[in-house]
Design a protein around this ligand. Structure first.
Ligand code: URP
Ligand code: ZN
Ligand code: ZN
Length: 467
């Protein structure tokens, strides 16, 4: 059955016009004025609404064994929360630990998702050690359509790789035309500072940020950029949190390094004072890189508006209050992470677009189009065009509400953005032509989501942004 969306204002990364949209099966087949449709077509009146391309979250954790526990989500729970908030596709980090087999890990992560997600998804393959098997395993994984890697410069002895392993990963990535994403903090310095702080009796969550200061992130960012440059690879810095790291990444961009920058929702809206709250309230806001001094926030907003920060993800990673309390006696044991998949679009729209600090097209670009282009999903995803998947968000800019754990779909007992007002939310969300959400309620098909197999798109000389 077809779907006709009438009278909405279609907003993409580079255009804005009032038009009707016709969807046949899973695909947008017509865009134009006063479109008609055969009997039996569902007609949605989008008057007064904005029609956005489905939003893409380029950085989420769903299955994640980490810090003596597991992140709380399943694909069933995470995908519903994503869809309620207008995210129609996410890319999950496959994160086997250093002592696990990479290929086995890849199959475990795939099996967890298979048939369980209500929205489409893809993976970044975590490379957490580089040994004699790694090259052939990674070739097989890329062949299978997972065309982005993830490395951690942090988390010593767990996910972290050393410089030699980083070099080997990037060299192979360059050959395969694969983009490598990286968590950029100096693992050794973090580990040393953690021990110094703990031995001085500094055990509370307020010491998490001082254990990984901005200089440590800037060093990691600069080192990663230098390795990307020397190997001719393409790099993507994940969850960049502060001005010094931004400067390191932008300097690399300016000297021609193929380096892209992601920041994530918490770093635009929250500062370190949230993690300095007493007891578990502070622990709820522990993530890495940590929440920073509030002087960094306007710097990130400006860089996002200017396009220096390419994308906005969430680093969605839910641990509940009980799990956070694992770190009651030492901040180093607090599971790192905060959920955000449900709230990214509404919060960035409210505090970016509505506040007048983020152009609406840049908003679409950073939250949908650029992730699609960088990660090989464009133009199937990330835009509204004839032939694209009908992943659509019919957005109500007049909606007024407040973020609260009491009303969220997110599988957690708190929300790090509790009490934040929102001005706008999706009223209809479709995944490949099927309505999955109506006015804040999931009404769709639980297992609709498909694994998106991609092709490498970062060979030397290739223009990433070509449509
Ligand atoms: O604190 C965070 N970011 N937790 C998830 C793991 C990671 O570093 O991305
Ligand atoms: Zn990370
Ligand atoms: Zn992450």
């Amino acid at each position: 059955m077809g779907l006709l969306i009438k009278g909405g204002e279609i907003v993409t990364a580079d255009s804005r016009h009032r038009s009707d949209l016709y969807v046949e099966d899973e695909t947008i087949t017509r865009i134009g004025e006063s479109l008609s449709a055969p009997a039996g077509t569902e007609i949605i009146d989008a008057t007064g609404k904005i029609v956005f391309p489905g939003f893409i979250d380029p950085h989420v954790h769903i299955h994640l064994p980490f810090m003596a526990t597991f992140a709380k989500d399943t694909h069933a729970t995470a995908s519903r929360a994503a869809l309620i908030g207008g995210t129609t596709c996410y890319i999950e980090m496959v994160c086997p630990s250093r002592n696990e087999d990479a290929l086995e890990g890849y199959h475990i992560w795939k099996a967890k998702a298979d048939g369980n997600s209500a929205c489409d998804y893809a993976f970044h393959m975590g490379v957490t050690r580089y040994d004699a098997q790694t090259e052939s395993q990674l070739r097989e994984i890329v062949e299978d359509g997972t065309t982005s890697f993830k490395i951690f410069l942090s988390y010593k002895n767990f996910f972290g790789v050393n410089d030699e392993e980083m070099f080997s990963t990037l060299k192979l990535a360059a050959e395969l035309g694969v983009i490598t994403t990286a968590h950029c903090e100096n693992a050794e310095l973090v580990s040393q500072l953690q021990q110094l702080l703990l031995s001085a009796g500094k055990t509370g969550p307020e010491w998490h940020e001082p254990s990984r200061p901005v200089a440590i992130e800037a060093e990691g960012t600069n080192r990663f950029a230098t390795f990307v440059e020397q190997t001719g690879a393409t790099g993507y810095v994940v969850h960049l949190s502060c001005a010094p790291a931004l400067r390191a990444a932008v300097e690399a961009k300016l000297r021609g390094v193929k380096l892209y920058i992601e920041s994530v929702l918490p770093h635009f809206l929250l500062d370190r004072s949230y993690a300095e709250r007493n007891g578990v309230e502070g622990m709820k806001h522990i993530m890495s890189p940590p929440l920073r001094d509030k002087r960094n926030l306007p710097v990130l907003w400006n860089a996002l508006q200017a396009g220096l920060i390419d994308t906005v993800g969430t680093d969605h990673c839910p641990f509940d209050t009980k799990q956070k309390l694992l770190g009651a006696n030492a901040f180093t044991q607090i599971p790192n992470g905060i959920p955000g998949i449900e709230d990214r679009v509404n919060l960035m729209y409210t505090y970016g677009v509505k506040r007048g600090v983020l152009d609406i097209h840049r908003f679409v670009d950073a939250l949908s189009t650029r992730p699609a282009k960088l990660f090989g999903l464009f133009p199937r995803k990330g835009t509204i065009a004839v032939g694209s998947d009908a992943d659509l968000v019919i957005y109500d800019p007049e909606y007024r509400g407040t973020i609260s754990a009491a009303t969220q779909y997110t599988n957690n007992d708190y929300n790090g953005f509790e009490g934040f007002a929102i001005q706008g939310r999706p009223s209809i969300v479709t995944v490949r032509g099927k309505v999955q959400v109506r006015d804040g309620v999931f009404v769709g098909e639980a297992g609709r989501g498909q694994l998106l197999r991609r092709k490498p798109n970062h060979f030397a000389g290739e223009t990433t942004y070509a449509s």
